[in-house]
Design a protein around this ligand. Structure first.
Ligand SMILES: [Mn+2]
Length: 336
């Protein structure tokens, strides 16, 4: 069985890189989710425990919903970095970030030229950037790769590192439910609990602590739900008017798409969000590996995973819906 791992390095070589570096900058992607920040913080805390000088930078900082992550206070935005001591890293590590561009333009500008990058990710659309890359598209979360790496290389995994990795894995697997969840995922989860991750605390903080406006938004979206392609496709769209009226923030919408993915007979779910700048963001989910939503998004220069992908397009809401829903229908037809 092929492992599917795309790499020009190994855990051993990655371990040596980390040990040789005195000063390390750890990054993840724009609009970070639980896997991005959990991976970024877990690795950073482990490196700090090794005595490394670590700077943890994210263009969009930490959303309120993830402020409970241990070490969240270490995360700096580009503005904070610019106001503090200059960064002078020996190594850049990007976690869960499919392309160099996804770290964000302001972050990219801070990074000095000539510093090697290590790219650790699980997106099938990863562009294999950086001097060193380790991409395991079979892994359901970057956090699972990082846990395996830390364990095999015998690097520090204390309770705080474990909490971050558990959040990373839990959020990217829909609480250990999505089809990419394997026995290895549950083993990682169990070992992280042994090492101090608190399931009850984490699950409450992640899944039972939403702002009221998120549920009010769900009510609005249910009114505009569209079912198509003989019940195989479900979609809804959040207008700027809804965003403004309810005071919706970026991370409020995380996971809402699961409500329509979960409908009986639905194979593909799509969530459209109208943005201020004339762009529309579409998030797609598939329940069938033969219906590859990453390929659908790549048609419009987006990407992600086979079963979970996204794209940002310059278009009106209606235009974006027409184009993407048509591409989804074509993908559904091809799978028959
Ligand atoms: Mn991820």
């Amino acid at each position: 069985m092929s492992s599917g791992i795309v790499t020009n390095t190994s855990f051993q070589q990655m371990g040596a890189l980390l040990k040789d570096a005195g000063s390390i900058v750890v990054l993840s992607h724009l609009r970070p989710d639980g896997d991005a920040l959990g991976s970024q913080l877990a690795l950073s805390l482990s490196l700090r425990a090794l005595g490394k000088k670590v700077r943890v930078i994210n263009q969009d900082g930490v959303p309120d919903s993830l402020a409970f992550l241990p070490g969240a206070g270490l995360i700096e935005t580009p503005g904070q970095v610019a106001a503090g001591p200059a960064i002078d890293p020996d190594l850049i590590i990007a976690c869960d970030t499919a392309s160099r561009k996804r770290v964000g333009d302001d972050v990219a500008q801070l990074i000095p030229d000539g510093v090697p990058w290590l790219n650790i990710d699980h997106h099938i659309s990863n562009e294999r950037y950086g001097e060193h890359y380790y991409i395991d598209p079979v892994s359901p979360a970057t956090g699972q790769i990082i846990y395996q790496f830390l364990r095999i290389e015998n690097l520090p995994v204390d309770a705080e590192v474990s909490e971050n990795l558990f959040v990373a894995i839990s959020t990217d697997t829909g609480s250990f439910q999505f089809p990419n969840t394997t026995a290895e995922t549950f083993r990682a989860g169990a070992e992280l609990i042994d090492r101090g991750a608190s399931v009850g605390h984490i699950s409450q903080a992640l899944y039972e602590n939403y702002p009221l406006r998120r549920t009010l938004l769900l009510g609005e979206l249910l009114k505009v739900l569209e079912i198509g392609n003989n019940g195989q496709r479900a979609s809804w769209a959040m207008t700027l008017e809804m965003t403004e009226r309810l005071g919706i923030q970026a991370s409020d919408t995380d996971g809402l798409i699961d409500h329509i993915r979960s409908i009986e007979g639905v194979v593909v779910a799509a969530f459209f969000q109208e943005a201020e700048d004339g762009y529309v963001r579409a998030s797609l989910r598939s329940k069938d590996p033969d219906v590859d939503v990453c390929a659908v998004c790549q048609k419009f220069n987006g990407g992600g995973h086979k079963l979970a992908a996204g794209v940002r397009m310059r278009a009106s809401l209606r235009e974006a819906q027409n184009k993407v829903l048509k591409a989804i229908d074509e993908a559904l037809e091809r799978s028959h």
